[in-house]
Design a binder for this molecule. Structure first.
Ligand SMILES: Cc1cc2nc3c(=O)[nH]c(=O)nc-3n(C[C@H](O)[C@H](O)[C@H](O)COP(=O)(O)OP(=O)(O)OC[C@H]3O[C@@H](n4cnc5c(N)ncnc54)[C@H](O)[C@@H]3O)c2cc1C
Length: 471
């Protein structure tokens, strides 16, 4: 087992880094005991708030001397338990590393510290006509370090790609304090794609201390449409019609009637309450491209039976239409004390069947399940609403989650589109990969972190004693 840091060891760390950067005590332990995955928690022995790469090196050398493991943490919005402290771990916060170090519009890049908030970077480069394209729905809070560690997606992933497509280079601190540089700021690198391996590694390979990210021109024109459908099946079939219709929307999102009701009750956004499901579709590009695609889209939506179809005429109207998507999770939060946002992937053509099967899984466990998801990517997010104080309900939620993932895999899909494995999906990994594939992944992980220093119980536990650790 990893060792909890002794009071003497913590005092030594405090001397090395200074008291403002090492925090502990009951309030700290409680404040950082979980992320947005509510079914797992572990008290943090201490929280460290480095400000520089040098602080991280000092921390890792100290952790090596005392065999302490470390859990990186950005904003804690992760949905699979990745930032929940590993047993006996010290949590390493990125909130002290929030600087944009270099902004080079002519090269289309920014060098950032990991604690920079996604939306802050985007707002900073907006006046330059640029954007940081990955836009998870948590973007007003989540950090670039968390985005890179989870290979985050978002509504515009369909056209613009996942975070991995927008990271050019990274500086990573390994468990012994050594520093590796991955990728290249030009985006042109040779040799094995180690930056690709690191992106999406959920804080298990090392600590991202600095990243060079790609900035791209903001689209000149946007066309945002909210289409209401009389049945969930009709909306799901509409997704297939759009995808094979010869246009690639920037975003193609879907919400069901439970989300519509929750958002209307909370925000009175003017959504069509009578709809069984809504598609939110956004086109982007040059004005002539967008105009041509908008005509095609309108035709497809009419043929798919959408009614009414609302088109945003100005930025304020666009914001209002996006409320249905961006505020869905917050609005659903008013309906139950707790929620789990599942994350599985299927081919978009299988959406009609998958949504019916998710509803049946909810009924079989007596659970309310709402859907708000990246339909164009086939990236499902069933939101399970429940009371976490009721152990029987919690068991039902866990089983429903596994049933949904089994369904995705049986349909030829995958375990996670963007939220990662973390703690939540460890048990399902063996269903997705055979023993050889898992052994291969573990070997890669141990090549980076042979000490099992970083997040040792997450995704693919590297210390056998942690595999079945109760949380
Ligand atoms: C309402 C809501 C909506 C969401 N929408 C989306 C969405 O549309 N798309 C999507 O992909 N996700 C979404 N998420 C999930 C979450 O916001 C993303 O995974 C995000 O990237 C996490 O960022 P964070 O800063 O909160 O990271 P955290 O939750 O703090 O950490 C996430 C993981 O990254 C690791 N980590 C953090 N910083 C570092 C670092 N510097 N070095 C190494 N490892 C590190 C942690 O150990 C952990 O494993 C949503 C979450 C919520 C609550």
């Amino acid at each position: 087992m990893p060792t909890p840091p002794s009071p003497k060891a913590l005092a030594e760390l405090t001397r090395c880094l200074g008291p403002a950067k090492v925090l502990s005590g009951p309030a700290i332990a409680r404040a950082y005991d979980r992320d947005a995955y509510v079914l797992a928690s572990t008290k943090a022995h201490a929280v460290v708030r480095p400000e520089t790469t040098g602080d991280l090196v000092t921390l890792c050398r100290w952790a090596t001397r005392h065999d302490v493991c470390l859990t990186p943490r950005g904003a804690g919005t992760g949905l699979s338990g990745g930032a929940t402290p590993s047993p006996d771990a010290v949590v390493v916060l990125t909130s002290g590393m929030r600087r944009v170090l270099t902004l080079s519009p002519q090269d289309g890049l920014a060098v950032v510290q990991p604690g920079v908030v996604n939306a802050h970077l985007d707002a900073m480069v907006r006046p330059l006509g640029l954007t940081f394209a990955p836009d998870p729905s948590s973007q007003s809070t989540c950090t670039l370090g968390g985005n890179i560690a989870e290979n985050a997606g978002g509504p515009h992933t369909l056209k613009h790609g996942m975070t991995v497509q927008h990271v050019l280079a990274a500086r990573v601190v390994r468990g012994d304090g050594s520093i590796v540089e991955l990728g290249h700021p030009t985006g042109l690198d040779h040799g094995l794609d180690l930056l690709g391996v690191f992106t999406g590694s959920e804080g298990t390979l090392g600590f991202l201390a600095e990243a060079t990210v790609r900035l791209v021109p903001r689209p000149q024109a946007l066309h945002t449409v909210l289409a209401a459908f009389p049945t969930v099946r009709a909306a799901a079939e509409g997704v297939g019609r759009i995808l094979k219709g010869g246009i690639l929307p920037a975003a193609l999102e879907m919400v069901d009637s439970q989300v519509v009701a929750a958002v209307e009750d909370a925000f009175a956004a003017g959504l069509p309450r009578e709809a069984a499901a809504l598609l939110l579709i956004e086109l982007d590009g040059t004005p002539p491209e967008v105009a041509a695609e908008a005509c095609l889209l309108e035709k497809m939506l009419v043929e798919a039976g959408a009614d009414p179809v609302q088109v945003a005429q100005d930025p304020a109207a666009r914001e209002r239409l996006w409320l249905a998507r961006k505020k869905a999770v917050a609005a659903l939060g008013r309906l139950a004390p707790a929620q789990i946002i599942q994350d599985g992937v299927i081919r978009p053509s299988l959406l009609p069947e998958a949504l019916e099967r998710i509803a049946a899984i909810g009924r079989s466990h007596g659970l309310a399940i709402a859907n708000v998801f990246h339909a164009g990517d086939g990236n499902l997010h069933p939101v399970v609403l429940f009371d976490a104080a009721d152990p029987e309900r919690v068991r039902a939620v866990e089983q429903a989650g596994l049933d949904i993932l089994d369904m995705c895999m049986a349909m030829g899909g995958t375990l996670t589109g963007e939220h990662g494995i973390g703690l939540e999906k460890r048990a399902a990994l063996g269903k997705m990969f055979d023993a050889d594939a898992l052994a291969w992944q573990k070997a890669v992980r141990l090549a980076w972190d042979p000490w099992g220093r970083w997040n040792p119980d997450k995704a693919l536990p590297v210390r056998p004693c942690l595999e079945d650790q109760p949380r």
